[in-house]
Write a protein that binds this ligand. Structure first.
Ligand code: PLP
Length: 386
């Protein structure tokens, strides 16, 4: 189906932060499959885990116990501070699970029409429920009727949340991204998440954090909420959890997970031995190499250097970032920067029309980071000088 407007470029192989196309040209990848390949391409640990597991057992079923899935659940609970895990195959599915948890939680409280507060500028996926939770009118066109039970409020605005709670009956949960990736790397004020968390505790609402893009060390902590020592009730993960092997997870505390009983939710593939082995290899490598700290340090360096290089440049509104999630907001739509960078063998992305987004593999070297900064500076300079 014509669901993608694809760039006419195909890759045949990869190694670390580099991709090679079918013509043999090499590209430095500052997108990592949209925040997926945190460990880069063809990582030896992932290769080993996948090939060993594939030679033993790929899939059984959630009808049976899956020790690797249990091990992965234990690891994620340990890292996040949550207590239960449900596995699926994508970010949207992880969020679907979270939405179902919120609804179940509401029903248990005697609320037959639970409402979830979501944010302006949010992105949670393309299934019907997650599309409804998403705030992007363009991608909703043609899909009415969407589902009930969501209300949007301004992001980074605690009083908007307090206000909607007073006026809208039936609210049971608040769902948000700690940093809005698709909306252009929008980072709320430090302290906002903590206030949202406190508000949820005070009102007995579930706090759901969509860490699909921000999770797994991307922002310089294992999970972005840890920048503010916030522990949500529910957290969703996908993208870099499997380094490209499709796996999503919905983690929850006991309170949120309690209403989810046998039959409440299921997935045929979710957490099968093959994808669980990939995710365990990702976690082991990230832990051994203190990836959170490396990303925090490199993120600060890259951000400072980009801010310095692009300061006072006409057309550049702001350079912002958290860890290796960096956005350069331009004052006009700038999609053509993607092809300008591609001509210089650098893969980047533009989101929200006017924000250049850098999401390089977390394993990039200092030299590769410098190369990204130099090329991005060149293409932005070329773009603004017409
Ligand atoms: N949530 C967030 C924050 C995302 O960035 C994305 C994808 O970009 C999703 C959910 C949806 O994930 P998927 O495309 O794996 O369904």
């Amino acid at each position: 189906m014509e669901t993608y407007k694809r760039i006419p470029l195909a890759f045949e192989s990869g190694s670390g932060a580099w991709l090679t196309d079918t013509m043999g040209n090499r590209y430095l990848d500052a997108l990592a499959g949209i925040a997926v390949c945190g460990l880069g391409h063809a990582h030896p640990d992932i290769q080993k885990a996948l090939s060993e597991q594939a030679s033993k057992l790929v899939h059984t079923s959630n009808l049976y116990e899956i020790p690797l899935q249990q091990q992965l659940a234990d690891e994620l609970c340990l890292l996040s501070g949550l207590e239960k895990a449900f596995f699926c195959n994508s970010g949207a599915e992880a969020n679907e699970a979270a939405i179902k948890i919120c609804r179940k939680f509401g029903h248990e409280k005697g609320n037959p029409s639970p409402v979830i507060v979501v944010m302006n500028g949010s992105f949670h996926g393309r299934t019907l429920a997650t599309l409804t939770a998403t705030d992007n009118s363009k991608i909703k066109v043609g899909f009415d009727p969407l589902i009930e039970g969501f209300i949007h409020v301004p992001y980074n605005d605690i009083s908007a949340l307090e206000q909607v709670y007073k006026t809208c009956p039936g609210i049971v949960a608040v769902m948000l991204e700690p940093v809005q990736g698709e909306n252009g790397v929008v980072i709320p004020e430090h302290g906002y998440l903590k206030k949202v968390s406190q508000f949820c505790k005070d009102q007995d609402l579930l706090l759901v954090l969509d860490e699909v893009q921000t999770g797994m060390c991307r922002t310089g902590k294992w999970f972005a909420c840890q920048h503010e020592q916030v522990l949500p009730d529910v957290m969703t993960l996908a993208k870099s959890l499997g380094n490209g092997v499709p796996i999503g997870a919905c983690l929850a505390n006991e309170k949120a997970a309690a209403p989810m009983t046998p039959g409440s939710h299921a997935s045929t593939f979710g957490g099968n031995p093959l994808c669980a082995s990939a995710a365990l290899a990702v976690i082991n490598y990230m832990r051994r190499h203190k990836m959170d700290q490396r990303v925090a340090d490199l993120g600060i360096t890259m951000l400072e250097q980009l801010q310095h290089a692009l300061k006072d440049k006409d057309g550049v509104r702001e350079v912002r970032g958290l860890g290796l999630m960096i956005g350069i907001e331009m004052d006009t739509d700038c999609l053509e920067i993607v092809s300008k960078a591609q001509k210089r063998n650098l893969l980047i992305n533009v989101t929200a029309g006017n924000v250049i987004r850098l999401l390089p593999p977390l394993i990039i070297s200092d030299d590769e980071a410098n190369q990204i900064i130099a090329t991005v500076t060149d293409v932005v300079t070329e773009f603004v000088s017409g």
